[in-house]
Design a protein around this ligand. Structure first.
Ligand code: PMP
Length: 413
C-alpha cells in the first residue's frame, strides 16, 4: 500500500513542517557531526574528531568501583537527585577548580550534562532572539549551534597567538554599546582553545576582565582543557580573579570520560539560582548514578596521576603532529603550537579552500574539519582544525603526510 505521506522520491514529507517554533530553523546539523561517519572509516586517518582517548582509563578499577557503588549506595544512586547536583560531587568539583586558583563553595556549583548543557542553560537564561553574544573567531562549533538555536546574533572577535585580542574586544563592545545593543555575554575558551589551540596570556586575562567589567558584560569562561597542559602548572582561571563577573564552565569529559556526561557551571548566586531552575525544567535532575560514580572516582582514584598520564600521551601526539607538519607542509602554510588540549589550527597556503579540498583529502584517506564551521559567517575557508587526541603518533604522521600531498596537489605542485 502506498504511503500517503511519502514524496515521489520516497522520502517522507514532514506533516508538521508548519508547526515548528521559529528557533528550530536555527537547529541544523553541524559540519563536524556530518564528518564523523566518513572519518570513522578504518582506512581514514581522522585528524577531525575531538574524542578523548578513553582506552587509557583504568577500566577494571572503574568496574569494581561501579559494582561497589551499587552494593553500598545503590538506593541513592538509583533515585532522583536535586536539580543542582550531588553535594559531595560539588565539593570535589571545588577541589578541582582550586587547581586553577578558584576559591568557591559547593553551593555556587550546578552540575550539568557535560559543560555543553551548562552553555545551553545559560543561553536559555540570558538570550532572547536577536540578542548579541560575543565570542572568539574561530570558536567552538557546538557553542555556535547553541547560540543559533536560541536565535542569538553572534559577533566574533579575532585572536592571535596569545588568544583573544583585547583591543579588538574593546572596539567591538564599544561599537555595540554605541549602537544601543546590550551584549548578553562574552563566551570565551581562554585555555588550549578549541579549535585555535592558543591560550590567552596572563596579561591579556586581566585586560579582558577589565574591558568586560567596564562595559558591564558577563564573561562565560569555558574551560574543559585547562588541566591538560603539557609544560607548566595550570593557568589561573579568569574566574579566579572575578567571582562576580564570570560564569565558569567545567567538565570531566576530557580528564575522566565524556560518557559520564558530567560537567558543571560555577556562577554568581543570582545566576546560579536561574541555572538551577533552568536545569530543573530541562531534566528534573542529573543522573544520580553518573554523579556518584564520578564522585567516588575522584575520591578513590589517584586522579591527578591519571591526568599526568593522559597529558603525557597527548603531548607525544602533539609533538608527532608538530614535527610532521614541520617536515611535510609546503611553504605558505602556518599553524599554531598548542601548550595543551587537543587542537592545532592550520592556515593553508594563499588561495586554497579547506572545504572544497575535503573530498580530495577523504579520497586520500585523511580527514580534518574545515575552518568555516567555526565561524558564524562562514569565514575561515583557508583554515583547518587538526586534532591529535585520538590517533596514535604513527598514524598522525601518516595522516599529515597524506594531507601535505593533498595540499600540494590542490596547489598544482
Ligand atoms: N566546550 C568546548 C570548548 C569543548 O571543546 C567541548 C567538547 N568538545 C565542550 C565544551 C563540551 O564538553 P562536554 O563533554 O563537557 O559537554
Amino acid at each position: 500500500m502506498s504511503d500517503p505521506q511519502a514524496s515521489p522520491h520516497g522520502s517522507r514529507i514532514d506533516p508538521f513542517v508548519d508547526a515548528y517554533a521559529a528557533r528550530a530553523a536555527g537547529m541544523v546539523a553541524s559540519e563536524v557531526r556530518a564528518l564523523f561517519a566518513v572519518a570513522s572509516r578504518p582506512e581514514v586517518v581522522s585528524l577531525a574528531g575531538g574524542m578523548p582517548n578513553v582506552g587509557a582509563l583504568p577500566l577494571g578499577e572503574l568496574a569494581e568501583l561501579v559494582a561497589e557503588l551499587v552494593r553500598a549506595d545503590g538506593a541513592r544512586a538509583l533515585q532522583y537527585g536535586s536539580a543542582q547536583g550531588d553535594e559531595r560531587l560539588r565539593e570535589h568539583i571545588c577541589e578541582v577548580m582550586a587547581l586553577e586558583g578558584i576559591g568557591a563553595g559547593a553551593g555556587d556549583v550546578v552540575v550539568t550534562v557535560g559543560s555543553q548543557q551548562a552553555l545551553d542553560l545559560l543561553t536559555r537564561v540570558f538570550v532572547d532572539p536577536g540578542d548579541v553574544v560575543v565570542c572568539e573567531g574561530p570558536t567552538y562549533v557546538t557553542a555556535l549551534n547553541t547560540f543559533a538555536a536560541y536565535q542569538a546574533q553572534v559577533v566574533q572577535v579575532p585572536m592571535d597567538g596569545d588568544g583573544l585580542v583585547p583591543e579588538a574586544l574593546e572596539e567591538a563592545l564599544g561599537r555595540l554599546a554605541s549602537a544601543g545593543r546590550r551584549v548578553k555575554f562574552l563566551y570565551t575558551v581562554p585555555t588550549f582553545h578549541n579549535p585555535a589551540g592558543v591560550t590567552l596570556s596572563a596579561e591579556r586575562r586581566a585586560r579582558v576582565l577589565e574591558v568586560c567589567d567596564r562595559f558591564g558584560v558577563l564573561v562565560v569562561e569555558d574551560n574543559p582543557y585547562g588541566l591538560l597542559g603539557f609544560d607548566a602548572e595550570p593557568m589561573r582561571a579568569l574566574r579566579a580573579d572575578s567571582a562576580g563577573g564570570v560564569v565558569y564552565l567545567g567538565s570531566f569529559s576530557k580528564t575522566i570520560a565524556p560518557g559520564f556526561r558530567v560537567g558543571w557551571a560555577l556562577a554568581p548566586p543570582a545566576v546560579r539560582d536561574k541555572l538551577v531552575l533552568a536545569a530543573e525544567s530541562a531534566m528534573l535532575s542529573h543522573s544520580s548514578f553518573n554523579q556518584l560514580v564520578v564522585g567516588r572516582y575522584l575520591a578513590i582514584q589517584p586522579w591527578r596521576r591519571q591526568i599526568k598520564e593522559f597529558t603525557e600521551m597527548y603531548r607525544q601526539r602533539r609533538d608527532a603532529l608538530l614535527e610532521s607538519l614541520e617536515a611535510w607542509m609546503p611553504a605558505g602554510a602556518s599553524w599554531t603550537r598548542p601548550g595543551g588540549g587537543f587542537f592545532v589550527w592550520l592556515t593553508l597556503p594563499e588561495g586554497l579552500d579547506a572545504k572544497t579540498m575535503l573530498p580530495r583529502a577523504v579520497a586520500e584517506r585523511v580527514a580534518y574539519v574545515p575552518g568555516s564551521g567555526f565561524f558564524a559567517d562562514g569565514s575561515g575557508r583557508g583554515n583547518i582544525r587538526l586534532s591529535y587526541c585520538y590517533p596514535p603518533p604513527e598514524l598522525i604522521r601518516e595522516g599529515v603526510r597524506r594531507l601535505a600531498g593533498v595540499i600540494d596537489a590542490e596547489s598544482g605542485l
